[in-house]
Design a protein. Structure first.
Ligand SMILES: [Zn+2]
Length: 506
C-alpha cells in the first residue's frame, strides 16, 4: 500500500512548458555525429566552456541538461560494472558502458545528511557543518542548484528521506523540490514501501512528461537499498533461493548485530548475512529496474542525448565487513565510503562506438558539483572545495592528488584520509561513543594493497609514511574555512522520536 505523504513543493514552481522541437536542435544532432569519445568531450567543451558572461540567451540552448541521481546506501562493489559477481545492476552497468566509470570514488561522510550536503555544495562536512539533525547549511555557502538556477537552468529535486528535507538547505536553488517522505519509521515495512523506487519514479516522471523549455537540472534521490531491505521477494530469491521472507532484512533482526564493533558483540550468523545480503542485492536490482523505466521515458521524449547523467551514492553499507550489520554512519571503512560514480556525457547514448571508459584515479563526491558547472559553462564558486573532473573526463594528463577526506561527527568523531595505497583513520574519542559503545581508539592505519578489507591496524607513530599521512590529515582537518554553523529546528518532535527509535538521531 502506498502511503507517501503529500509532497512538499516550494512556492516557486517552475513554469513547465513543453519544447517539442528542442531535442532536434543542432545541439543534439551535433553530438550524435561524434563517434570518438575524446572528440565528443572536446565538442562538449567547445560548446559549453565559455565564461558565464559569454553565455547569453542565444547560447543557452547549447547548455546540456543535468540529471544527478543519488541512490542511497549503494556500495560500489555490489554493482556488476564494479566487479560484483551477481547481476544486480544490468541497467546501471549499461550506463557505465556508454560513460565514464570512476572506479575509486569516495563519499565525504558515511551517512545521509552530511554526505548529501557535501555532494550538493562541494564542501567537506567540516566546512558545511551539517553533521547533526539540527544543523542547516550556512547561508554563505552556495549550492549547486543555486548556481545552475542563477545561470538560467530550470531546477527540480525529488527526494525520499527526512535527511534531505528542504529545511536543511537542500531546497535552496530548486524551483521545485518534492519531498516524498515516509509517514512512520523505517521499522515499519509498509513505510519503506511507501518510498520505493517504483512509486518514486512515477512521481519523477511528471518532470519528464512536461520538461521546461530551458536547460534543466534534475536531482533524484532514491532510497531502496537503505535498511530495512524489502525488495520484492522473488528478486532477492535469485540471489538466495532459500529465502522465504523479508525478516532477515528487517531492522528488528539486523539491529541485534548493530553494535558489532564492540568486542563482546555477538557474531553475525552466516544465514543472517547470506539472507540480508541477498535482500540488499535485491533492493539494488529493484532500483536498477525502476531507473531503466525512468530512462526509457527520457529516451522516448528525446531528452537523453542532450543530458549529462551522473549516478552516485551518499555512502555504502556494512554487511559484516567489520563484524556488524550496523548499516552505516559508525565507521569510515571502505564499505561505507566507497561509492559508485558514473558520468555519461551528452550524445553518448547514440554513439555507434561505445565510449565506455574506466577512470582509476581517486575522486570524491564533492568533485561532482564543480564538474557539472564546468560542463554547463558556469563559473565555479570559490567556496566549492571539490575539483572538476572534466580534465579526467577528457583523459588529460593533469597534476591530480589522489586522496579522499571523510569525516563523521555523530555518535563519535572520526576523520579518514584515504590514498590509493593506505588509509589513516583518527578516532578522537578513545573511550566510548555517546551511547557508551566502546570504539577503536586513536589511530588506525591500513595498507590497502596488502589488506584491502582493512583488518590489520599497522599504525606506528614512528613510521615515516604514517607521519606523512598524519600531517596531511591534520592539514585537511585544520584548513577548513569558517562559515559558521546554520541552526534550525529541523525536525518535528515526532520525527525525532522516529529517528531515535532507530538509534539514529541526536
Ligand atoms: Zn544515506
Amino acid at each position: 500500500m502506498k502511503r507517501a505523504r503529500a509532497p512538499v513543493e516550494s512556492s516557486r514552481a517552475a513554469p513547465c512548458s513543453k519544447a517539442p522541437g528542442r531535442i532536434e536542435s543542432s545541439f543534439r544532432n551535433g553530438w550524435t555525429a561524434w563517434l570518438r569519445p575524446s572528440l565528443l568531450v572536446a565538442a562538449l567543451f567547445a560548446l559549453c566552456c565559455s565564461t558565464p558572461s559569454e553565455l547569453g540567451e542565444g547560447n543557452r540552448e547549447a547548455r546540456p541538461n543535468v540529471l544527478l541521481i543519488s541512490i542511497d546506501t549503494l556500495r560500489a562493489d555490489h554493482l556488476g560494472s564494479y566487479g560484483y559477481a551477481r547481476d544486480t545492476s544490468p541497467f546501471l552497468d549499461s550506463l557505465a558502458a556508454v560513460g565514464v566509470r570512476f572506479h575509486s570514488a569516495f563519499a565525504q561522510a558515511s551517512w545521509t545528511l552530511p554526505s548529501h550536503m557535501s555532494l550538493l555544495t562541494s564542501t567537506y562536512p567540516g566546512t558545511h557543518r551539517v553533521e547533526t539533525s539540527r544543523r542547516a547549511l550556512p547561508s554563505a555557502i552556495p549550492t549547486l542548484a543555486e548556481q545552475l538556477q542563477g545561470a538560467g537552468y530550470a531546477t527540480a529535486g525529488y527526494v525520499s528521506w527526512i535527511y534531505l528535507k528542504s529545511e536543511y538547505g537542500f531546497g535552496r536553488g530548486f524551483d521545485r523540490y518534492v519531498e516524498l517522505l515516509p509517514e512512520t519509521s523505517l521499522q515499519d515495512s509498509a513505510t519503506h514501501h511507501s518510498i520505493r523506487s517504483e512509486a518514486f519514479v512515477d512521481r519523477a516522471l511528471e518532470w519528464v512528461r512536461d520538461p521546461p523549455a530551458q536547460p534543466w537540472f534534475l536531482f533524484l534521490h532514491l532510497f531502496d537499498p537503505h535498511m530495512s531491505y524489502e525488495p520484492p521477494l522473488d528478486i532477492a530469491q535469485r540471489y538466495d533461493p532459500s529465502l522465504d521472507g523479508l525478516q532477515s532484512g528487517s531492522y528488528e533482526v539486523l539491529s541485534r548485530y548493530i553494535d558489532g564493533l564492540r568486542d563482546d558483540a555477538p557474531a553475525v550468523p552466516p544465514e543472517v548475512l547470506r539472507h540480508a545480503t541477498a535482500l540488499y542485492d535485491g533492493e539494488v536490482r529493484f532500483v536498477d529496474r525502476a531507473l531503466r523505466r525512468f530512462f526509457a521515458a527520457l529516451e522516448d521524449r528525446g531528452l537523453l542525448e542532450s543530458t549529462v547523467v551522473v549516478v552516485t551514492s551518499d555512502h555504502g553499507e556494512e554487511l559484516d565487513d567489520h563484524g556488524s550489520m550496523e548499516g552505516h554512519q559508525w565507521t569510515l571503512y571502505d564499505e561505507v565510503i566507497r561509492v559508485p560514480l558514473i558520468v555519461v556525457l551528452p550524445g553518448s547514448f547514440s554513439s555507434r562506438e561505445r565510449s565506455s571508459r574506466v577512470e582509476n584515479r581517486m575522486v570524491q563526491t564533492i568533485d561532482v558539483a564543480p564538474t557539472v558547472l564546468e560542463l554547463g559553462g558556469i563559473e565555479v564558486p570559490a567556496e566549492f572545495e571539490g575539483r572538476s573532473l572534466v580534465p579526467l573526463l577528457r583523459e588529460e594528463s593533469v597534476d591530480w592528488e589522489e586522496f579522499a577526506f571523510s569525516q563523521i561527527r555523530r555518535f563519535n568523531l572520526k576523520w579518514a584520509l584515504r590514498t590509493p595505497s593506505h588509509k589513516l583513520i583518527y578516532n578522537q574519542d578513545p573511550e566510548t561513543d555517546e551511547r557508551g559503545m566502546p570504539i577503536r581508539a586513536g589511530f588506525e592505519l591500513f595498507d590497502l594493497v596488502a589488506d584491502p578489507r582493512e583488518q590489520d591496524n599497522l599504525y606506528d607513530p614512528e613510521d615515516p609514511l604514517t607521519q606523512k599521512l598524519m600531517a596531511r590529515l591534520r592539514q585537511l582537518i585544520e584548513e577548513r574555512p569558517d562559515y559558521g554553523a546554520g541552526e534550525a529546528p529541523i525536525l518535528s518532535d515526532e520525527e525525532l522520536e522516529r529517528l531515535k527509535a532507530l538509534g539514529y538521531a541526536q
